[in-house]
Design a protein around this ligand. Structure first.
Ligand code: ARG
Ligand code: ZN
Length: 848
């Protein structure tokens, strides 16, 4: 229900809890509509406890409550209960009843396909029982589960199990958000891992019967992650079992519950026939991410939810290091930057902008954002660049030694770096407190042997950062000679002032600068330099990121000129791409990335930055024209590239094979622009793996030759939810702009459009919103369709509704007509009398 005045929670108001929780014992008697939860919690008041206790609790029916065995009558509100308590340690016992089968919000204890599962982060535990549901309250949990299910799981180690009964004990003190319970008719894919100090750990991946064949890859990724964290961070696993459960209905990707990770099935289940190379890579990264949380999140957790980036930024940083080690580091870096620009930049540069460590919120679930996660990881990457790899390792050792078992803050985190390295991080801390993407402008000058690079930084004021101050920006820079030699190798230039110059003496010739190598800081870089530099860097840069970036910048410049001045595709870009494609020594995955164009939404952002109003249809047309021109220009090499990168060995989802497939598929797509769909149809017919099958289907749909394949695909895969999500999504993604809304609308009428499943909802409506020209088609049909569905979903699942609202965040970039249509839809949703707190907060911020 909508609060009359939604409450805003502030970081500055943080107060410790008045009690220690010395132990927690929970007993679950499972029933779909009437699960009973008994709690027995030992509390010890701190000196200023104040004689009463507040426990969070939502949607609970209290059956009984006792303190030290005596019945009590607490005062109950929609948010929890308050009860007078003794001035000495006491035992709280309560019994509540909950209704998992009707829990469609997928937060707390809920049911998915007949199995029980939980999601407690951030504040879901309060939907299970009355408890101080805050991350700084840590305790040891014992859990008993009674229910007629073959598999009954909770955190920690199993202590007892018999038919319909199980007991679990987790020796590591943890906050309630890491609690988990799973019960159901599941099968285990099992393995074993021995830690470097000799602890034998049982590993299980629990899935629904029928999914056994999709477990092997996830299991291997888990073992690789466990070894990597020992080798690189010196972190060992600390329980006798590690369980992972796959669940079909899940709001996010996965959850790091202690010893019992719960995964969206899309983030763990994979077989060559059903998952693409990209799916495999994502699964490997998410398994690693959740496993790495065992130390960065669980052993050391967050004091309060404002500190979310303490665990998320660090764990994303760690999982990207892992992927770089397992696969290609340059390819991973480029993919991360593409993702940052697509998801974090719009957030940082629009009405939802917030610091990496926010200072206020209404609904914490709305702050599981690209800024907290991905920019949070970028900030750690910068820190590592500034203190060096050794300084970073020293600081991390100190962090684990000093804070193990604690609930910490960003201040604690920065202090270990200051203590370990002696560096003052006061200015660096602004990366955590200021919202917005800094713009860095670079120009150069040359006076007889002296070369000067001058940088300026600019951060636009925003609601949360009205008076921005200069940040420390590490700009990795190298200087190249005109023949492509490295005159000055990469070094970190530290930009700390608003404007600052760096001088290089004694150079034999005026160099070409390669600036912001490896994307060393999350900024928008303006190069006030001739465009020829980019063509030169595309051919010669020794830094793989900047070489790719040079191609992107040439494509961007060409597209902008096409859109603004009706220019023809830039020949330097096309020739540069031709040269790159002919370089057989270059990693195929890297060359495939080179063939991509800047995202259309990113072009809209650039135009907006230039003070113009982006026209989504014009951006679409220019992008299509440039792709056609690229296909033309590469026509002599495409057939050879396509042929040379076919994989004829048995399918393996490794970096080497998937790189070859991605270049072959990128060339297939370009070839179809020249010669039509025959080659794609042949690939579709012969495909024995999903990567090939889906890539071919995408080309067929784009070429309007996909009807037969679409039917065949549906017949082949209608039994497989994860594959059908792809079938739904691809049709929307490959539709022409004027057909996107109608295609999505039609798919929502399909018998298998189970809209209460977040994956399925996103596969259609998320895909629609990600089609820039289709979502922003001037009919406004997509805006209306999305609003209709958000209205329908909000009462069922506020979290997924609120997340999807973010697709409207860029609305003020567009013309008045589009703005008026979007405003009308936002207002239509906001006018609903019982809109969730989640959606209300998001739409209010977006509406402005
Ligand atoms: N901690 C999880 C992860 O990063 C994300 C869970 C967040 N869930 C939520 N409903 N807010 O892996
Ligand atoms: Zn995480």
């Amino acid at each position: 229900m909508r609060d009359a005045a939604p409450t805003t929670i502030y970081l500055k108001d943080y107060k410790p809890f008045g009690f220690e929780v010395t132990s927690v014992a929970l007993t679950f008697d499972l029933h779909p509509n009437a699960t009973r939860v008994k709690s027995r919690i030992a509390f010890a008041p701190k000196p200023d406890a104040g004689g009463k206790i507040f426990l969070h609790g939502e949607n609970l029916t209290l059956v009984s409550a006792r303190i030290d065995g005596e019945p009590v009558q607490p005062e109950i509100t929609t948010e929890g209960l308050t009860c007078p308590v003794p001035d000495a340690p006491f035992v709280w016992e309560a019994e509540v009843e909950i209704d998992p089968a009707n829990n469609t919000a997928l937060e707390g204890l809920y049911m998915s396909n007949g199995m029980y599962c939980t999601q407690c982060e951030a504040e879901g535990f309060r939907k299970i029982t009355y408890y101080p549901d805050r991350p700084d309250v840590m305790s040891v949990f014992t859990v008993t589960i009674n229910g007629p299910h073959p598999v009954l799981l909770s955190n920690g180690n199993p202590v007892d199990a018999s038919d319909g009964h199980a007991e679990w004990h987790d020796p590591w003190p943890k906050p309630a958000y890491l609690f988990a319970l799973v019960a159901g008719d599941l099968v285990a894919h099992s393995d074993r891992f021995t830690t470097r100090s000799g602890r034998a750990v049982d590993l299980n991946l629990y899935v629904r019967p029928g999914d056994e064949g999709k477990c092997a890859f996830g299991m291997q990724a888990l073992k690789d992650s466990m070894r990597w964290d020992e080798d690189v961070y010196g972190r060992e696993y600390d329980l006798d079992v590690f369980n992972i459960v796959a669940v079909d209905d899940f709001n996010m990707g996965a959850m790091e519950n202690k010893g019992l990770n719960i995964f969206n099935s899309s983030a763990v289940l994979a077989s060559p026939e059903t998952a693409t190379d990209n799916n495999f890579e994502r699964i490997e990264a998410i398994i690693a991410h959740e496993y790495f949380h065992n130390w960065t999140g669980n052993r050391i957790t967050c004091r309060d939810w404002f500190q979310l980036c303490l665990k998320e930024g660090l764990t994303v940083f760690r999982d990207s290091q892992f992927t770089s080690d397992m696969r290609s580091a340059p390819v991973k870096r480029i993919s991360d930057v593409i993702d940052l620009r697509a998801r974090q930049f719009p957030e940082d540069q629009g009405p939802l902008a917030h610091p990496v460590r926010p200072e206020s919120f209404q609904e914490i679930n709305n702050f599981y954002t690209a800024t907290v996660y991905e920019k949070g990881a970028e900030v750690i990457g910068m820190l590592r660049r500034l203190v060096g790899a050794q300084g970073y390792d020293k600081a991390l050792s100190l962090y684990f030694d000093r804070h193990d078992g604690q609930a910490c803050t960003i201040e604690d985190w920065l202090k270990v770096f200051e203590d370990a390295t002696g560096r003052d991080l006061a200015q660096f801390k602004r990366w955590y407190s200021q919202a917005g993407t800094p713009t860095v402008t670079v120009r150069d000058a040359w006076y007889s042997g002296t070369y000067i690079l001058t940088f300026t930084q600019d951060l636009k004021p925003s609601a949360t950062t009205p008076d921005p101050q200069p940040q420390v920006i590490p700009i990795v820079t190298g200087l190249l000679s005109r023949s492509g030699e490295e005159l000055v190798p990469s070094q970190v230039l530290e930009l700390t002032e608003t404007s600052q110059s760096f001088t290089f003496e004694g150079l034999p010739e005026r160099p070409i600068p390669s600036v912001l190598r490896g994307f060393s800081a999350p900024v928008v870089l303006h190069r006030e330099m001739p465009e020829e530099h980019q063509a030169f860097l595309l051919a010669h840069d020794t830094d793989p990121f900047n070489r790719w970036e040079a191609g992107r910048e040439l494509a961007r410049a060409s597209l902008l000129a096409m859109i603004r001045d009706g220019a023809k595709p830039d020949q330097r870009y096309l020739d540069g791409m031709h040269a790159v494609m002919a370089e057989d020594g270059l990693d195929p995955a890297y060359r495939a990335l080179m063939l991509g164009l800047p995202a259309q939404s990113d072009l809209a952002r650039t135009l907006h930055d230039m003070g113009e109003v982006p026209d989504p249809a014009a951006i679409w047309t220019a992008s299509e024209t440039l792709r056609d021109a690229l296909a033309e220009r590469l026509s002599d090499v495409l057939p050879g590239l396509h042929e040379a990168h076919q994989v004829r060995e048995d399918y393996q989802p490794n970096a080497e094979q998937s790189g070859r497939r991605s270049l072959a598929n990128a060339t297939l797509s370009l070839l179809a622009r020249l010669e039509g769909p025959a080659r794609a149809q042949a690939q579709y017919d012969a495909a024995d793996n999903m990567t090939q099958q889906l890539a071919a289907l995408a080309v067929l749909l784009r070429e309007k030759a996909g009807d037969n394949a679409l039917h065949a695909f549906e017949n082949q895969w209608s039994h497989d939810r994860l594959v059908m999500d792809k079938w739904f999504g691809l049709q929307v993604m490959q539709a022409a702009p004027d057909a996107v809304a109608a295609t999505a609308q039609k798919l929502t009428e399909h018998a298998d459009f189970n809209w209460k499943n977040p994956n399925r909802f996103r596969s259609v409506l998320g895909a629609m919103a990600s089609h820039h020209a289709g979502f922003h088609h001037d009919s406004g049909a997509a805006y209306t369709l999305l609003a209709d569905w958000l209205i329908k979903l909000d009462p069922v699942n506020p979290q997924t509704t609120a997340r999807m609202c973010a697709v409207f965040q860029t609305w003020k970039r567009y013309d008045e007509g589009r703005q008026a249509m979007i405003a009308a839809e936002l207002d239509r949703i906001l006018a609903l009398p019982e809109l969730s707190r989640d959606t209300t907060e998001m739409l209010t911020r977006i509406r402005g």
